[in-house]
Design a protein around this ligand. Structure first.
Ligand SMILES: Cc1cc2nc3c(=O)[nH]c(=O)nc-3n(C[C@H](O)[C@H](O)[C@H](O)COP(=O)(O)OP(=O)(O)OC[C@H]3O[C@@H](n4cnc5c(N)ncnc54)[C@H](O)[C@@H]3O)c2cc1C
Length: 480
């Protein structure tokens, strides 16, 4: 890498995975990055919240990557605290567990002979027919797996996650996250399940920090600071000032209400694009503001429940397809790492509700949400309500950038205007309105820094491949 020539501050907005990866790369390249985050702790959506000694992961963050430098970075950061964890995640539907990724043999067994026949016939029909257009999620899945499997294993859960019809949801997400399989492969896996494509280890195990994902970001923050950068929390970037095609300064609001101005030579932002656009001074053209306003997000409520009963189920998480409950997924934190749950006689579950800010679920009081979660757990037959010891609620806005029919157009409008700012880049998940996982969010940060250093790189070129796809028999992730 060329020696750094930049004088002045490299500001990084956001201390989530993308911002910290950018800062670490910059600091190790001899720059002095200054990371600013509005939250009280680092890690962004991938932080770990500590409540009464219990550690709650906002969603259950599996560390999985096919990018060796990111894997190395994770391993170096945590050493023995970066542990391999056995994976078990199943779909809970109509009172039955279905292994996930789907195991064809078990699925057919659970469905019983008649429904199995219908599923196989529908699958075979889909595979033998010429494939029509796959513009929506529904088309993408039905053309590959048949309508029966789509209705049974994809539709309800996907609509819970995104809050829009699968007919409206673009196929991009499916193409990015679900592994296609040929009829032949499916049959082979049903008959000889152990002969998987790809290494089994990627499916059956994953890495996880001993104290949850937040441990990784705290370590990265320390490394940034040890390498000459700074990471400041509870500092909100309220305005981004630009002149003659360059960002010149940021306005910061501190915890005590003070506001200050930070002159910058370069800036990299991980904040959501709609938040960013309204903070630009002078304001961008009306069409850009309108495009930013039109981007949609899905929000997320995590209800942590501590129950006086250990070993409720073995899974790391369950996908709850059952339409009679609102909960979409249930994390079993002790199965991720026993160190998240200080009392071995207790279980700590994360009941995940996908919602929109201001809707019924988002607006419920914490007490009502805890009651709802405990009731639904009982209704699903997973734990009686009286086992509940206490609960805690975490609301996470903008957990998912939504791929609706118009997002690409809006994104293009925003992106092309942002290129007029020569020393400014947007990275990460909401910074690119892309369904990036932690590794790809981090890679966009690394790429942005290389660009600052004069290399011909493009953070927007990260994550356009199929490297998420893992597993042998079936779709990898109906879940986020
Ligand atoms: C439920 C769920 C489960 C997930 N599971 C996985 C998984 O298993 N594996 C995986 O790899 N990925 C997973 N992800 C994705 C992962 O969380 C994201 O890829 C990652 O957190 C994105 O990092 P980021 O730095 O781009 O953004 P963020 O994590 O959103 O961080 C952005 C940061 O910017 C700060 N910020 C925003 N605006 C301002 C402002 N104006 N001023 C100052 N600071 C600001 C925020 O406070 C935040 O800390 C999951 C996500 C969700 C929602």
């Amino acid at each position: 890498m060329s020696p750094p020539t930049m004088s002045g501050v490299l500001a990084v907005i956001g201390a989530g995975p993308a911002g910290l990866a950018a800062a670490l790369e910059a600091a190790r390249s001899g720059l002095k990055p200054r990371v600013l985050d509005q939250h009280r702790q680092v890690g962004g959506i991938a932080r770990t919240e500590l409540v009464r000694g219990y550690r709650l992961d906002i969603g259950g963050h599996r560390f999985f990557t096919r990018v060796p430098p990111i894997q190395r970075l994770w391993e170096e950061a945590l050493g023995p605290d970066f542990r391999l964890t056995r994976r078990l995640s199943r779909i809970f539907y109509e009172g039955k567990f279905y292994r996930y990724p789907l195991d064809l043999g078990e699925t057919l067994d659970n469905l019983g002979p008649w429904r199995s026949l219908a599923a196989v016939a529908s699958f075979a029909r889909a595979r033998c027919r010429p494939r029509g257009p796959s513009e929506t999620f529904e088309q993408w899945v039905t053309h590959r797996f048949g309508r029966y499997l789509y209705e049974t294993f994809f539709r309800t859960y996907t609509e819970k996650v995104w809050g829009i019809s699968c007919r409206e949801l673009r196929a991009d997400w499916a193409a990015q996250r679900i592994r296609d399989l040929s009829l032949l492969t499916a049959v082979r896996h049903a008959l000889w399940p152990s002969r998987g494509v790809g290494p089994r280890s990627l499916i059956d195990q994953f890495h996880y920090p001993r104290l949850g994902p937040g441990m990784m970001w705290e370590r990265l923050r320390d490394q940034v600071e040890q390498s000459g950068g700074t990471v400041q929390t509870q500092q909100e970037v309220t305005e981004i000032h630009h002149r003659s095609g360059r960002v010149v300064s940021l306005s910061l609001r501190h915890m005590d209400g003070r506001t200050t101005t930070l002159p910058v030579a370069e800036a990299i932002s991980t904040m959501a694009l709609d938040d960013l656009i309204v903070r630009l001074r002078p304001a961008p053209p009306a069409a850009v503001i309108e495009a930013a306003r039109s981007l949609r997000y899905r929000d997320f409520v995590l209800v942590g429940l501590v129950l006086r009963r250990p070993g409720l189920f073995a899974d790391n998480w369950l996908y709850v397809h059952s339409p009679e409950v609102l909960v979409g997924r249930i994390q079993n934190f002790g199965a991720w790492s026993a160190d998240l749950v200080p009392d071995p006689q207790a279980s700590c579950l994360g009941m995940e509700y996908f919602c929109n800010r201001g809707d019924r679920v988002w607006s419920m009081t914490d007490g009502d949400l805890i009651r709802l979660a405990a009731q639904e757990l009982e209704l699903l037959g997973l734990a009686p309500r009286h086992c509940l010891d206490w609960g805690a609620v975490i609301r996470q806005p903008k957990a998912y950038p939504v791929y609706d029919p118009h997002y690409q157009r809006h994104l293009e409008t925003i992106r092309s205007w942002l290129t007029t700012l020569a020393n400014f880049q947007t990275i990460g998940r909401n910074g690119q309105h892309r369904y990036n996982n932690m590794d790809h969010s981090m890679l966009t940060g690394v790429s942005a820094v290389h660009r600052v250093l004069g290399e011909d790189t493009d953070p927007w070129a990260v994550n356009v491949d199929d490297s998420y796809h893992e597993g042998r028999a079936a779709p990898k992730g109906v879940g986020p």
